[in-house]
Design a protein around this ligand. Sequence first.
Ligand SMILES: [Zn+2]
Length: 258
Amino acid sequence: MRLWQLVVLAAFASAPARATARPTPTLDDLAVTIAPGAEETMDGGYRGAIHLVPQLPVRRYKQHLVWVTKAWVDIDTFFTGLDLPDPAPYRWRGIAMKFVRSVGKRTPSAWASSWTINYNVEGSLMTSAAGVRETLFHELFHLNDEQHGDWSGKTLATDYAAIVKKCGTKPACLAPYAPNDTKVRASGTYYAFQPNNGSGVHEYAAELAVRYWKEQREVTETHKLSHPAFKCGPPENARAWRALVGEFFGGHDAVPAC
Ligand SMILES: [Zn+2]
């Protein structure tokens, strides 16, 4: 065991415990690993070039480990309760996490591939437990989408292209189609429809997965939705929703029919 691993373990051991019906799993239980990322200069698309350096979630960044741990426990609780078919069409355990710090910029907050999530401790979305949890859920979807043979690129691309053709980046036009409320500060448009951001349909799909997760939890907890259901919007929404739920979430949808 290396020194940084001991430091991480010590920080984790001091994280506050939480009273739940089942014993709270640890990152070890969920097979989530923590390691420093690589130093690199990333081509961040619309964000420009970004210098990243390795930065473990320790000392002044130790709060990130608390948020990350809570996020994975919540995500595990959600999927454990979803009663997915066996073998599960969705993986949420056994994820490798690599931690970095961006120098002079606050993006990207995270990115993911090959069952690895890269986490930027200076990321603009990583400033609260809720922000970290939502971002990890979004990244986790990218990993599963990739594992399902670029499912979103094959399944959602036609509808996505039609929406972009119709609306461009205009927020008012995109609003009915936007699965989540995350917007890009520089452009003012929805993250799901931000140009020059890799393959936009991947972002749309990850935001759709976040919307699914938000609506399932809200309906389960309060038996109603505070916003109109996504699937009850334009026909593109209903198609995307049905396809997502069938491919990844065992067809489970607690949101009542429109
Ligand atoms: Zn993404």
